[in-house]
Ligand binder design. Sequence first.
Ligand code: B12
Length: 225
Amino acid sequence: MPDDLFSTMRQSIIDGAPDTASSLARQAVDSGVAPLDAINNGYVPGMHDVGEQFAKGQMFLPDMMASAEAMRAAMAVLDPELTKLGAERPMAGVVVLGTTKGDIHEIGKTLVGTLLSAHGFRVHDLGVDVEGDTFAAKARELGADIVGVSALLTTTMRNQKGVIESLEKAGLRSQVKVMVGGAPVTRRWAEEIGADGYAKDAMSAVDLARELMQQKLQGVVPVQT
Ligand code: B12
């Protein structure tokens, strides 16, 4: 029963149990459960629970780190499955992706990168704690169509704006679309900092990236209201 499987997946994240998380992921793949369903219905809700318990002081940093480890173990099984889906698609665009300076949260950003790759985008992942100028330099080097910037902390969200400023400084802003995301990020924030788009999760990020490619090909300049 997928619902039982999803709730044990969720619990494996709360428990910070990498071996269990990984074997449940293998079980899901073997029994034909779509990898994205396992992520969205099993593991990600576990991460949300962990975040809430941490905020209430019922879980502590080492617990959160163990949960992240369990998530990584599950993703190590599911990632190649997601990537397989994209193997035969035509190239959809070039994306430079990373988490802002001062921020080491990588799970959501990496998932966005995996799904973009699975849908034909060529993704260069700069990792975490990335300076604005590094995004700009890589965008120039690769002739990127899109720069994607993740931030999970209210204190590092403002560095998303810093990335846009770095692109402006490098004279690249008119050629590169910028999309932002991460748990505290909102559409309103994206508009406020002059990003071209915001997506709430990895699948919406794929839709957004496609839309931005359309805009780019049609030469549409986004209007900020
Ligand atoms: C796991 C985790 C950690 C792990 C990270 C491990 C790793 N390798 O990534 C560790 C333990 C290291 C950690 C550290 C800290 N954390 Co932390 N962490 C979390 C937790 C529990 C889960 C994050 C996660 O992986 N979620 C699952 C993924 C799949 O979801 P996601 O990241 O939101 O990504 C999705 C979308 O947001 C979107 N998206 C993400 N990026 C992008 C990018 C683009 C371009 C687009 C379009 C979309 C997009 O798509 C993704 C996939 O669907 C959150 C709680 C939460 N609810 O977010 C707290 C949380 C983010 N952490 C928090 C805090 C406070 C910290 C610390 C400061 C704790 C401390 N005292 O040291 C440090 C900060 C370290 C630093 N400098 O970055 C707070 C932030 C509070 C705030 N408002 O700023 C949270 C919200 C917990 C809480 N409720 O208090 N953390």
